[in-house]
Design a protein around this ligand. Structure first.
Ligand SMILES: [Zn+2]
Length: 175
């Protein structure tokens, strides 16, 4: 019995190991984003991991779909940009995290109820547009980061520390 097995009891060893890697990368990416937004200090690994464990194999708190190791993500119920506490995080599905953006939990649930009253075609259209908008905002932010890096290099400065590959992979979809 390894540490991984005690973190996710009842799961296979392989699933527990997968979760350990995923949760480390998710929390590291979250901390990198919080640092960029000017917050000092790191979300303790145990706190972030527990929030993820609490969400796995349960209905997503926003949409009700069962959250899996492959779909779990960490959300600030009140986004940092809206005054949320940096270390208050909950687990939810990645799809909701992408759609929620900088809405509060209450606003996002309100949006879901509003959109949910529409025809299936309208619902699909709206969620696709919202997810795409979030994706393009993030692409824009990444492009701005690259421009800043090139400017620093051109000025003879030191490039900022290279982003970890996992962070880059986890940049999309977390608020
Ligand atoms: Zn969800």
């Amino acid at each position: 019995m390894s540490i991984a097995d005690s973190v996710l009891p009842g799961f296979t060893h392989a699933a527990a190991v997968k979760f350990m890697a995923k949760s480390s990368a998710t929390i590291r990416a979250l901390n990198a984003r919080m640092k960029k937004k000017g917050f000092s200090g790191n979300l303790p690994l145990a706190v972030g991991r527990q929030a993820m464990v609490d969400a796995i194999q349960k209905p997503c708190r926003y949409c009700g779909e069962v959250v899996k190791i492959s779909t779990v993500s960490l959300d600030h119920p009140t986004p940092l940009a809206r005054g949320g506490a940096p270390f208050v995080v909950v687990g939810c599905c990645l799809s909701c995290n992408q759609k929620k953006g900088e809405l509060t939990a209450k606003e996002y649930l309100g949006l879901r109820a509003f959109v949910g009253a529409m025809s299936p075609e309208a619902q699909e259209y709206i969620w696709r547009a919202i997810s795409a908008a979030g994706f393009f905002w993030k692409m824009q932010a990444q492009a701005n980061g690259m421009r800043m890096r090139n400017k620093q290099l051109a000025a003879g400065g030191k490039p900022p520390e290279r982003k970890r590959k996992e962070d880059a992979q986890n940049t999309l979809g977390y608020a």
